[in-house]
Design a binder for this molecule. Structure first.
Ligand code: ADP
Length: 487
């Protein structure tokens, strides 16, 4: 007999949008717990009390104090706050570790905080305490859900704790980030030597937060079905393919959703004009606004390619920079928003300087401009070498800006290549590169622009993408089914 009591979930994360976000994880942590809360689950989100979190929740009150939990881990307390929806947020308050300038992982100058192992071991340790018999609270979760390496030690700590334990889920948002640190940290973080094992937290002589999580957890998910298969291969397994093959029976992929209230072209305060699939006229005003914002020639005649991204090798944007000049010569415009790799930043800035009418570049992070690019561009470029899920291609589908992608990870699961057959049967949504190099990018851009010139076909392509359901409601149902199975 199913019980009517709601399932209890502790969701631990190192970032949560809109307050603290470096990438897709922040978006997921904002949307998934909300969707689960709406579906009736009893959810607590545990996140460090960074300055931005304290500022966002000035009314948070002390729920409980936690004594120094072993090793060098300092004492801390939990502040309880409530999101507007009623979702409970627990802020892990430890000013010496979390009240700092800069990002969640890095100093204002860029390098990682040297005590990141301590900072995120505390997050993991506190999640483990709050889920076990060691908790000072009455509330205990049935499921603890960790995300990426920052919470990877949760299953490891729980494994070595006495008494009743919840079931554990680890989600890989990007296997490239593993949290591997020198062995000396093991005892500093209060982990027993039994964890220092090939079948445990050891990874090529390092203490690996992520590997510990993947080894000790009950279920592993990642953010798209294709990526779940790819990480079991040597090419995209980042050294962990063997472990993931071994754990394949408990590994699955659940495609992320997007926040369709925040990303809705019919109601988006960042846009110059509203539009939807039935009324696409507003897109022209958004293109003109984007051209104006980026200092480009304001004209509807030139195809405008958009990029919003971290500028890293992963994203394949070096191919875009390499053919930038050819794109300009062929009469296209390019609008790039992003930051990261200095070489790539330089390459795009250089293009913009040489061709100010055709190439606009904004180095930095700008939420409003990212919406305007999604709405104003004709084609969105996302030629990632690998992409666990990717959010931007889903935003661009929803904004009627067909994405150009490589067939990898979530891009393969969300974008259907446009050709005569897929356009005729209504499945076409974007453009898929046949290879992984600058030449494949260029030929696919030419192919996309040729389609763009056929206005009726293009509108059909736009509408196909805009009609796709990428809501969190769908994704949350899959997580809920998995939790139910586990609990
Ligand atoms: P990743 O998590 O690998 O960076 P995703 O596509 O999954 O890539 O998610 C990236 C998120 O970060 C999206 O919400 C995207 O809009 C946002 N983003 C990335 N770079 C910028 C930027 N420079 N300005 C604004 N938003 C950005």
């Amino acid at each position: 007999m199913p019980t009517s009591a709601p399932l209890r979930l502790l969701f631990a994360t190192s970032e949560i949008a809109p307050w603290v976000k470096t990438g897709g994880l922040g978006d997921v942590a904002a949307a998934l717990p909300e969707a689960l809360h709406r579906s009736g689950m009893d959810v607590r989100v545990l996140v460090p009390a960074y300055p931005a979190m304290k500022a966002a929740f000035p009314l948070a009150h002390t729920l409980v104090g936690i004594a120094a939990p072993g090793g060098l881990l300092p004492p801390c307390r939990i502040l309880e706050a409530s999101a507007p929806s009623g979702l409970t947020i627990w802020l892990l308050d430890c000013p010496e570790l979390f009240i700092r300038p800069g990002g969640p992982y890095q100093t204002p100058d860029g390098p990682d905080w040297p005590d990141n192992p301590l900072r995120f071991a505390l997050l993991s340790r506190v999640a483990a305490i709050l889920s076990s018999d060691a908790s000072p609270l009455e509330w205990r979760p049935q499921i603890v859900h960790g995300n990426d390496w920052q919470t990877g030690l949760i299953p490891a700590y729980l494994h070595f704790m006495p008494g009743r334990r919840p079931r554990t889920v680890m989600t890989i948002h990007n296997l490239a980030f593993q949290g591997n640190f020198p062995q000396q940290w093991l005892s500093d973080l209060g982990l027993p030597w039994d964890a220092w094992h090939l079948e445990g937290a050891e990874f090529h002589g390092y203490l690996s937060f992520l590997k510990a999580g993947l080894y000790y957890c009950d279920r592993i998910t990642t953010v798209s079905p294709t990526y779940a298969r790819e990480i079991c291969s040597d090419e995209l397994g980042f050294g962990m393919a063997g472990l993931l093959q071994h754990r394949a029976p408990v590994l699955s992929g659940i495609l992320n959703g997007i926040d369709d209230a925040v990303w809705n072209p019919a109601d988006d305060s960042s846009l110059a004009a509203a539009y939807d699939g039935e009324h696409l006229e507003g897109k022209a005003a958004n293109k003109a606004e984007l051209q104006r914002l980026m200092g480009l020639a304001v004209t509807p005649e030139k195809p405008l390619l958009g990029v919003v991204s971290r500028l890293t090798h992963q994203k394949g944007l070096d191919w875009v920079a390499a053919v930038g000049e050819q794109l300009v010569q062929a009469g296209m415009q390019l609008a790039v928003l992003g930051s990261g790799d200095k070489g790539l930043q330089g390459a795009f800035s250089d293009l913009a300087q040489r061709y100010p009418d055709s190439v606009g570049v904004r180095i930095g992070y700008d939420e409003g401009l990212s919406h305007q690019i999604e709405a104003g561009a004709d084609i969105f470029l996302m030629p990632s070498r690998f992409e666990p899920c990717g959010l931007n291609q889903m935003y661009s589908l929803r904004y009627g800006t067909p994405p150009l992608v490589r067939p990898t990870g979530g891009l393969a699961d969300t974008v259907t290549d446009c050709n005569d057959a897929t356009l005729a049967n209504g499945s076409a949504t974007g453009f898929v590169m046949p290879g992984a190099d600058a030449e494949a990018l260029l030929s696919t851009v030419y192919r996309a622009v040729a389609r763009w010139r056929d206005k009726d076909g293009w509108r059909a392509l736009q509408r196909n993408g805009m009609a796709r359901d990428f809501s969190w409601t769908r994704a949350a149902q899959s997580y809920l089914a998995l939790y139910r199975q586990l609990a």
